[in-house]
Ligand binder design. Structure first.
Ligand code: NAP
Length: 550
């Protein structure tokens, strides 16, 4: 066991988009910062995920850092929806360009974090025993980083190659001549299925719930588009921050009922042709009004019927059991068309229940499907998984695992009552996965950095979310979701995909613009809703910060 006795100002856990910007921003502000990362390179989810077909479904020009003119001007994105390899190259480029690697400890997974209430310091212990100490901790562990490993009967008996999409092998899998099966038809499954079908001898898709899928219509960026962005990126990025999703969608202003039926259909068709998630943003009340929702859902079902030749298979691919948009809509290329291939079978678990996985295949109530390579595209223990994987507690007796036993509680997603001097980036209770993640990560990092500068200038050593403010914020987060159809789906937004996980709608859906305005107001009012503490006796003897008033 080794101990790192150097007291840092800030430890950041995670070297994805959020952690890297956190390191840059806090270092620029004069703090002594260290990033600790489990992987062997930067990238976070874009390091671990490398399955075939992986792209981001936010435009690359928007899914990148806005804080740096240099990065914006020097990097040229090649496509609208960048491949994982290009996004990972971009993150590596940013880390090198900003000279970040020297303060990142790779290959080190944090197992526990304990706040010593008397000393006012966090002690983090890595798997393997190494310890790190800091006044503040920033959890940049990402909402989508811990794989959801499902309990499926017989899964452990499978004798072929078993791969989880989130832990894809570094070497490409050779699927030629193989019988391949994929369990899961969320964003991951929808992206990989068309490519696996081209490579495998036979592909079997296991579908528990069909996804609404829209065509990406990916394209190469031309020079004019890149030049436009380079010339106008500050304004474009600021405009994105003022939208509800943090993305420059073409947001429809009106509820569907106020639009003439023929205009509704034409607009949906136009947006469908434009590609990506555009078709979801035509009406202002998609997630609030059942009739509007059904109108869009039926439009999308019609597209499935048009794409899939066998009407029986098309029917199996049509979602009816939840409103469109209440599970994340998938963006794909040739997804439905793939089911027209002779080498693709669909097991729809609703009409063909699974009996068990066997050493050499999948047995359902209707038949047996031989499998050499079984791929779990079963998603993530989202939003809370990475935080709860670390035993986070205080010597005063608070434990995150107990505090979140009934679901996550936070103030603005940024602070947690009972856990002083800890911040979360894109945490539950913030827009997070309901927004452009890079934009939200940048916002949260900037807010945290401003907060730490505020504390330093005034000599306040501790800050902690006030419990009453946290409860009021959680009520607001719940109310925002209750005002929509979002609780009508068994989605990962609600923890429904992980056995035993508390069911609670986790992201804040009141809008990026509303949320960021609230965060600005909180900061302007001297971090209203946070308790800012004077130094304790223990801190005064050992610490460099002297307290002013409490
Ligand atoms: P996901 O959306 O949670 O999908 C997991 C799939 O596995 C679902 O179809 C689910 O069925 C199925 N499944 C889970 N447990 C199962 C079980 N025990 N038996 C049978 N089927 C089971 O996960 P994901 O596809 O990895 O995507 C997660 C999120 O990551 C996305 O929503 C998105 O935010 C992000 N992502 C984005 C992109 C992109 O930018 N294009 C790509 C990949 C991921 P149920 O629906 O019935 O639960």
């Amino acid at each position: 066991m080794s101990s790192n006795n150097n007291l840092l100002d800030v430890i950041i856990v995670g070297a994805g988009f959020a952690g890297l910007y956190g390191l840059y921003k806090l270092r620029e502000a004069g703090f002594k910062v260290q990033v600790i990362e489990a992987g062997d390179d930067v990238g976070g989810t874009w390091y671990w995920n490398r399955y075939p077909g992986l792209r981001c479904d936010v435009d690359s020009l928007e899914y990148s850092y806005a804080f740096s003119d240099e990065l914006q001007q020097e990097w040229r994105w090649s496509e609208r929806y960048a491949l994982q390899s290009e996004i990972h190259d971009y993150i590596k480029f940013a880390a090198d360009r900003l000279d970040l690697r020297r303060d990142i400890r790779f290959g080190t997974r944090i197992a526990s974090a304990t706040f010593d209430s008397a000393a006012g310091q966090w002690a983090l212990v890595a798997e393997g025993g190494e310890t790190f100490a800091a006044r503040y901790v920033v959890m940049a562990t990402g909402p989508l980083s811990v794989p959801n490993k499902p309990h499926i009967p017989g899964l452990d008996s499978f004798a072929g190659q078993l791969v989880h999409s989130v832990q894809w092998p570094a070497e490409p899998l050779d699927l030629s001549g193989k019988n391949v099966a994929v369990i899961g038809t969320g964003s991951t499954g929808v992206q990989m299925i068309p490519l696996l079908a081209q490579e495998a001898a036979h592909l079997t898709v296991v579908q528990r719930t069909p996804a609404y899928t829209v065509p990406a219509r990916n394209q190469e960026w031309n020079d004019a588009r890149i030049a436009y962005w380079r010339d106008n990126f500050r304004e474009l990025r600021q405009t994105a921050r003022e939208t509800r999703a943090g993305v420059l969608h073409e947001y429809g202003m009106y509820p569907a009922a106020t639009v003439r039926p023929e205009d509704r259909e034409a607009d949906l068709e136009r947006r469908w042709v434009k590609g990506g998630p555009n078709v979801l943003y035509g009406f202002s009340d998609l997630l609030r009004n059942e009739e509007t929702n059904e109108l869009v859902a039926e439009f999308l079902r019609g597209k499935i019927a048009a794409a899939v030749k066998d009407p029986a298979i098309a029917a199996k691919l049509m979602p009816y059991e939840y409103p469109v948009g209440t599970k994340r809509v998938c963006v794909g290329t040739d997804y439905y068309e793939t089911y027209n291939r002779d080498n693709v079978s669909l097991i729809d678990l609703r009409s063909e229940p699974l009996k068990q996985i066997e050493p050499d295949g999948i047995r359902t109530e209707q038949g047996f499907y031989p499998v050499d390579v079984l791929i779990l595209a079963t998603g993530y223990d989202a939003m809370t998984g990475a935080l709860l994987a670390i035993d986070i507690r205080t010597t005063g007796g608070t434990s995150l695992r107990s505090a979140w036993a009934d679901g996550p509680q936070s103030y603005l997603g940024l602070g947690i009552a009972g856990l002083p001097n800890m911040f979360v980036v894109t945490g539950p209770g913030s827009p997070s996965v309901f927004s452009n993640m890079v934009l939200s990560a940048e916002h949260d990092v900037e807010w945290i950095s401003d907060c730490l500068e505020y504390l330093r200038e005034r000599g306040f050593p501790t800050i902690e979310a006030d419990r009453a403010a946290q409860e009021a914020w959680m009520d607001h987060v719940d109310a925002a979701a209750r005002g929509t159809l979002l609780n009508r789906a068994a989605s990962w937004y609600r923890g429904a995909n992980v056995e035993g996980k508390p069911q609670k709608f986790m992201p804040y859906v009141g809008g990026v613009n509303t949320y960021q305005a609230k965060c600005r107001a909180v900061a302007a009012a001297g971090y209203e809703g946070f308790v800012i503490g004077a130094a304790t006796a223990g801190q005064r003897t050992g610490g460099e910060h002297q307290a002013a008033a409490g």
